[in-house]
Design a protein around this ligand. Sequence first.
Ligand SMILES: [Zn+2]
Length: 243
Amino acid sequence: MNSAYHRRVAFPSELGNSTTRQLLDQTPALIIPLGATEQHGPHLPLDTDTRIATAVSSAVAGLLPGDWLIAPAIGYGASGEHEGFPGTVSIGTAALRELLVEFGRSACNWASRLVFVNGHGGNLDAVAEATTLLRVEGRDAAWSPCSVAGADAHAGHTETSVLLHISPNDVRIDERVPGNAAPLAELMPRLRHGGVAAVSPVGVLGDPTTASAAEGARIFTEMVETCARRIAAWTPNNRGMLE
Ligand SMILES: [Zn+2]
C-alpha cells in the first residue's frame, strides 16, 4: 500500500478540500458555518452572516486542540423577516431544521462530533431544534452563536465593523445610512407582522455610520474567543447550545 495512503491530513483543514483517504482511520470533529443570504442594508453584501460565520469558524479551529475540520458553509437560512428586499433567499425554519438534521445524521457516520457556528439570529429555532433531536438520537451535535454582548441587531455598527475587518473591499462605505436603532424588543411586534421593512425602509437595525475596522477587529476577536471557549468546554444546554 502506498505510504501516502494513510498520511494524516493537516488539521485544522477544510472538509471540501480533503479527500476520503485523508480521513480514513480518523474521527475528526466538524465545524459548520451557518449563515444566511439576506438584505443587509444598502452597504453590506447579502452573504454577510455567512462570511462572519465562516471567518469565525476558521479562526476558532486554529485555537482549538485536537483535529477539527471546517465544512463548506450552509449559506441559506430562515430569513423570512427580510423577505421585503430583493436578493433575500429564505428557506424557512422547517426546511432549515430538516437540512441540519440530515446533515448531522450523515456527517456523524464519520465525524466524532459537530458544531454549527451560527451567524444569523433567524436560524436560532431551527439550529436549536435540530441539534436537540440529533442529541436525542445519540449524536454529539451542538451549536454556538457568533454573538457578542452589546451588539446591534442587523447591518448596524456591529456587523459593519466586522465586515470592515474581514471583507473591507465589499463594504459600500459611502452608502451607509443609520437605521432604526430602537431596542429589538420594542420593534418586535411590528417586525413580526411586517418584517424588517416595516420598521426600517433601508433594512438596517442599528447605526453603521459609527463602524470602523478597528472596532471590527475588537468585536471579531471577542466573537472568536467566546466561540472557542464554548466549543472547548463542550457543555450543550437543553437547546443544544454550547454555554
Ligand atoms: Zn447579519
